[in-house]
Design a protein around this ligand. Structure first.
Ligand SMILES: [Fe+2]
Ligand SMILES: [Fe+2]
Length: 320
């Protein structure tokens, strides 16, 4: 490298200045909404087991006929426990990938680096929060619950795929997090106050994460050749299928826990319960993200028509 290269850094383009401004805005909001687990969220509270955890807009339990109100409330609490654990699990690979891409900002735009470091710090805090929730829920619920996916093996599998696909999946998750809070959790008056507050505070920080995901995903997309992007689309499909496989296992585990607590229902009721739980989990972790307008717009703007229809074909069995 010549001394000329060292002493004359390239002049930032307008688009770079705009991008830096978006990173800077994320930092500003992140500082403003910053919260602490005990001081702001938990505040010495426990869960109210006389109320629901996860709202009707996410649980699909309105389609479950032949079960009492109390049984549906328990199912909402089981789904809510799984919901908290799912976030704790996915945030392991999300944080690892964001730390990895932050490497590209070690030199140059230090505003971008700071934004991603704050993102990482927040995801570590969120994982700690979700571990606390699991402990609180385990204290208040009968033994027998099992959360099937393990964070580290899942993270290793996910991080084995292309960065483009992992960032696409991350953007998908962090956008649906916001939709879930705004459209379903916030508007349901019958939820446990603590459960509701957890996802209020989580949403406040996730709003910045989704902006950063988009910036990093677009930056990665701009680096890819058409064959690399084509392979990355297949990676994304494989990741979605892997998640769907986990959802099947977890929905079965959650039905087993319910049956363990409430006794064996009739074969017809059991079949209905299995179907509703799997459909709810597919809605929560796959379909609501794919249908999220910003995610759909971002994804389709990067894909050819053939690639978009390949994704649609792959997801159809999970959506129907
Ligand atoms: Fe998070
Ligand atoms: Fe996040």
């Amino acid at each position: 490298m010549s001394t000329d290269q060292l002493s004359h850094p390239s002049t930032p383009q307008d688009s770079c200045a705009e991008t830096t401004a978006r990173y800077a805005r994320c930092i500003e909001i992140s500082k403003r909404v910053r919260w602490e687990i005990d001081r702001d969220v938990i505040r010495s509270r426990t869960f109210d087991f006389d109320r629901k955890f996860l709202p009707d807009g996410l649980t699909h339990l309105e389609h479950l006929h032949g079960f009492s109100t109390g049984e549906k409330r328990l199912l909402s609490q089981i789904q809510g426990r799984t919901y908290a654990n799912m976030f704790g699990m996915v945030e392991r690979f999300i944080n690892a990938k964001l730390l990895e891409v932050s490497r590209e900002h070690w030199f140059g735009d230090q505003v971008a680096l700071e934004a991603l470091i704050r993102f990482s710090d927040e995801e570590l805090k969120h994982q700690a929060l979700f571990r606390r929730l699991e402990h609180l829920m385990a204290t208040g619920m009968a033994p027998g619950y099992q959360f099937v996916p393990e964070a580290d093996p899942v993270a290793r599998l996910v991080l084995g795929k292309s960065t483009w696909a992992v960032l696409a999946l991350t953007c998908h998750i962090e956008l649906f997090t916001q939709t879930h809070y705004q459209r379903s959790i916030h508007v349901d008056p019958d939820l446990s106050d603590l459960f509701k507050d957890v996802f209020l505070f989580h949403w406040k920080e996730e709003s910045q994460h989704a902006v950063l995901d988009e910036l990093e995903w677009r930056r990665e997309d701009a680096k890819l050749t058409p064959p690399q992007r084509d392979a990355a689309v297949n990676d994304l499909i494989e990741l979605m299928r892997a998640i769907d496989g986990l959802l099947l296992l977890q929905s079965q585990a959650d039905v087993r826990y319910f049956v363990h607590l409430r006794g064996q229902p009739s074969p017809e009721q059991l079949a209905r319960l299995h179907a509703v739980m799997l459909k709810a989990y597919r809605w929560q972790y796959i379909v609501s993200g794919i249908e999220q307008p910003r995610f759909f717009q971002l994804l389709t703007s990067m894909l050819t028509e053939e690639q978009a229809s390949r994704v649609t074909r792959a997801l159809t069995p999970m959506i129907s």
